[in-house]
Write a protein of this length. Structure first.
Lengths: 225, 125
């Protein structure tokens, strides 16, 4: 019993550390320690249930161990914010009025495309549509709608963290050089481009590293932007 | 909060109590089992071994294995079952040398099976 108990505790702690290191992307609607319990319980119960060579007591002991760990984690979380942040992590502000915060996304092992996806799930199709977006510690995204809402067309991510999204460039029927030219060589240092989206009307959202985001208008066939 | 603390402490106390009982029960049962194996070995090694000498070993094992099923893997119980049956069968057929070799295996199992469940570094990792 004690051996199984200690083994369960060790694996639980290892899983908790790994989940915390993986970032919020892997979690959905649960705190990391709750997510681990959900993962573990099914397996712990299933194995002694189906394998008759394993005494049922092994499954019961493991489940009790998980229950004790869950209770301990809940108590620790209630003791203070510092402990809570260590166990469950802290919310990450990924969009501010200045634009996308790439560092926060990276801390959570996410990219700009993941953020767009999460925003679309909330009903926002453009970064401009929100003033603030926060990835909660349970992996859910919360967003505060912007007062100045944008266009009604779908923006596509053309550059994410300095990387060109070829497919999206093709879909928008625009080349990088052409876009760069019309944006007055603002994309010259590609590494500095944290996010660039463009909608069907040529409305461009550009977020350069360390700068507030800009809204630009791309017009086909003309040099001006 | 207080309710959580009490339930957690209660669960921990009950758990450690049960673990303590389990470890003691295992040690006691297998120590007795080992002693009976040794007694059977002495009888079979003696001047006048009889076909009934392994009976006490078989009876003891059949009595204890029901409780042990809840603690040790069923495959371990099955393994001991097989060796006990073989030893008993050889003794009944007066094949004492073969029975003695089975007893040696049983002695090893009587040490190894509970050892695997003892709280030790090598059993945890």
């Amino acid at each position: 019993m004690l051996v199984i108990f200690v083994r369960t505790i060790i694996l639980y702690i290892v899983l908790l550390i790994v989940m915390r290191l993986m970032g919020k992307r892997q979690i959905g609607e649960m705190q990391p320690f709750e997510f681990i319990i959900t993962l573990l319980i099914a397996e712990l119960v299933c194995i002694p249930m189906t394998d008759v060579s394993i005494p049922l007591s092994y499954g019961i002991v493991s489940v009790i161990a998980v229950f004790i760990l869950h209770q301990i984690m809940s108590i620790l979380e209630g003791l203070g914010d510092k402990i809570k942040f260590v166990i469950s992590g802290r919310p990450s502000i990924v969009i501010t009025p200045d634009g996308v915060v790439l560092e926060e996304l990276k801390k959570n092992n996410m990219g700009v495309s993941d953020l767009i996806e999460a925003l679309r799930n909330l009903g926002y199709f453009s970064f401009e549509d929100v003033d603030y977006a926060i990835f909660e510690s349970n992996g859910k995204l919360s967003a505060l709608k912007s007062k100045n809402t944008s266009s009604q067309t779908l923006p596509l991510l053309l550059i994410s963290d300095g990387k060109i999204q070829k497919n999206n460039f093709e879909l928008r029927e625009v080349s990088f050089n052409e876009l760069n030219e019309k944006l007055n060589n603002k994309l010259k240092k590609l590494k500095n481009v944290e996010a660039l989206t463009m909608d069907e009307n040529g409305r461009v959202y550009l977020k350069l590293r360390g700068k507030k985001f800009e809204i630009l208008q791309y017009e086909r066939g003309t040099k001006e932007c | 909060m207080l309710k959580s603390v009490i339930t957690t402490l209660l669960a921990i106390i009950l758990f450690f109590g049960a673990s303590f009982f389990e470890q003691r029960y295992l040690k006691k049962t297998f120590d007795e089992f080992y002693l009976i194996i040794e007694k059977t070995e002495i009888k079979l090694n003696g001047e006048n071994p009889s076909s009934e000498d392994a009976e006490s070993l078989k009876i003891f094992w059949l009595e204890k294995k029901r409780g042990l099923h809840a603690i040790i893997p069923h495959n371990d119980v099955k393994e001991i079952d097989l060796w006990v049956s073989e030893c008993s069968a050889y003794t009944q057929k007066s094949m004492y040398d073969e029975a003695l070799s089975k007893l040696e295996v049983l002695k090893t199992l009587a040490v190894q099976v509970p050892y695997a469940l003892i709280f030790k570094f090598e059993n945890i990792f």
